[in-house]
Design a protein around this ligand. Structure first.
Ligand code: SF4
Length: 347
């Protein structure tokens, strides 16, 4: 551990002030803080709470049902990041649909799905586009490549989300946010600065190594003690105020803002991204004339409360009993970034 990390650790372990609630917005932060054993350093007055920054966790039940409809009713090949396959829909997961004959392919990139569509012109290929500003540019690039290539058998089912309006929905739920470094690397810091200046929302952009996380936590604690709203970028080696202009341009060209349903948070106006009208041929809902499909979450699952920091995963009655990583009841127990999975694995 270097000297600055040791100083940060001493600030954290020596804290003896009022109780603090700090929200790790990002699921990767939740996992890294557990994995690195940093929670054990925290005095009891510092309460780290999980937020909605896991893209799989916030994807609505109805989206899984839509993907299953495309697979089973329309015979599409569904390409998706692996985590999503085991997320429960209303009646089954995509894994369950696969057992009924649906073709579900895990991919590492939306461009893999474009390549698959080129290899199989006789099949319709749909990529499940979920995620935040970090992954949306690659989905946009896939749509652009498919359009440029004149592919008639590729489309996206979109549930892309953006963080600014989610922060707005979470105002008041914590004393400070640990902002997700990889999202801010794309978006820049303008939203966080505005939240601080206009609404007094405090937060710190954090990186992902032990040293970066210790520093971000120590800075947060010190500035909360001072009592004034603050914003600090503690991940300057990656995050610039202006973000990533090329990625922002790509999103602007291909997608536009829309209302979006978040698991647990409900419909948040302007918090989603959908394909622009010029890309309608690549929008699976339009292409397949999809009916309105509304999912029904399992009433036993409290992912919504977990994602808003209202309860800890272990406060859910089925945590570790009816709900485990092998038999997940909710998305937060499935995803590598899910808070319930992190608590199950490490606590
Ligand atoms: S433990 Fe399982 S059922 Fe409970 S909130 Fe987490 S994912 Fe949902």
């Amino acid at each position: 551990m270097n000297e600055s990390a040791k100083r940060a650790r001493d600030i954290i372990t020596g804290y003896s002030g009022r109780p603090l609630r700090i929200m790790e917005v990002c699921g990767t932060h939740t996992h890294e803080i557990f994995r690195l054993g940093l929670r054990k350093l925290l005095p009891p007055q510092i309460n780290l709470i999980s937020g909605p920054g896991c893209p799989v966790c916030v994807t609505a039940v109805g989206f899984i049902d839509e993907a299953i409809w495309l697979a089973l009713e329309k015979g599409c090949i569904i390409c998706t990041f692996g985590d999503l396959i085991r997320v429960p829909g209303t009646e089954m997961s995509l894994a369950g649909a696969r057992a009924k004959g649906a073709e579900i392919r895990p991919v590492y990139s939306p461009l893999d799905a474009v390549a698959l569509a080129k290899e199989h012109p006789e099949k319709q290929v749909v990529f499940l586009a979920v995620g935040f500003e970090t992954t949306t540019p690659s989905a946009c690039l896939a749509a652009k490549q498919a359009k440029d290539a004149g592919l008639a058998n590729f489309s996206l089912l979109t549930a892309n989300k953006t963080m600014p309006n989610a922060y707005q929905a979470l105002v008041g739920s914590a004393d400070a946010f640990l902002y997700p470094g990889h999202v801010n690397a794309i978006t820049g810091n303008a939203t966080c600065i505005r939240l601080c200046e206009e609404q007094g929302v405090s937060g710190v952009v954090a990186g992902f190594t032990a040293s970066e996380l210790l520093t971000a936590l120590a800075v947060t604690i010190r500035l909360l003690e001072e009592g004034k709203p603050f914003f600090r970028n503690c991940y300057p080696r990656v995050v610039r105020d202006e973000g990533n202009p090329a990625a922002l341009r790509m999103m602007e060209e291909v997608m536009e803002a829309c209302d979006s349903e978040w698991r647990g948070l409900g419909m948040i106006p302007g918090s989603g991204m959908k394909l622009r009208a010029e890309y309608a041929d690549f929008d699976a809902r339009i292409k397949f004339d999809m009916p309105v499909i509304t999912g029904k979450p399992n009433p036993a699952c409290r992912c919504g409360d977990v994602l808003q920091g209202k309860i800890r995963p272990c406060d859910c009655k089925v945590f570790g009993k009816g709900c485990t990583p092998l038999h997940p009841v909710g998305a937060c127990m499935v995803s590598d970034e899910g808070a319930c999975a992190a608590y199950y694995q490490y606590s």
